[in-house]
Design a protein around this ligand. Sequence first.
Ligand code: SF4
Ligand code: SF4
Length: 235
Amino acid sequence: MNGNIRKRDNEWQASVRRRRQVQWILVPVVPIVIGLGWRYPILGFAVPVVMLMGLIGAVFRGRYVCGNLCPRGAFFDRVIAPISRMGRTPLFLRQRAFRWPLLIILMGFMLYRILQNPADWRHWGRVFWGMCLVTTAVGVILGFFLRPRAWCFFCPGGTMQNIVGLLRHPLQFDGAKCKECKVCERVCPMGLPIVSWKKTGTVLERDCIQCMECAAVCPVQALSPSDTRSKSSTG
Ligand code: SF4
Ligand code: SF4
């Protein structure tokens, strides 16, 4: 029994270690795109590429791409998290009433800017670069004062993954094991109320980015990933 628990524990911790290694590879993408994107507009196309990747990924794995393959998310987790105040993200930033209109406004503004010179791919690249610059600056400020991934609640890519991804691959929660120490919630980069799902057996959070940080620190191994499936919930 102990052997099984230790084996599974190592599995989650190994998976978190692998994720962190991949994130360190992705981190330099952010300063490279922001620092050189105006001079080399082709770099701005990293923005739609990551968004498309997230949308395709959401069909199969919810917000997995946000948590594991997004360069900006990696930057928040690896560079901002160590200096973040790790506070609470205000509830309104998580709500559809705020996120959906913001998604429409940001996408509409991007389209408006692109249509000002649609024949020039360099103009497209600079529009993407400008959006990336401004939104990353906002994300870094929120990451420092609130939570590393506070921006990810209303990032256009994250909101689209939330809409498309539903609850694919939700975390399983063995509530009988849980001691309510809330260590999991303290390390969750999104600051999700994990323990509130203790009685349901599943963490029904569409904004879970499937980073598995919570499962890796849980002292009683109450959290684990599940098979891919889809459910509806709030958020
Ligand atoms: S870390 Fe584990 S035991 Fe502690 S509150 Fe979270 S799920 Fe429960
Ligand atoms: S609930 Fe767990 S897997 Fe989901 S974002 Fe938070 S720490 Fe990551």
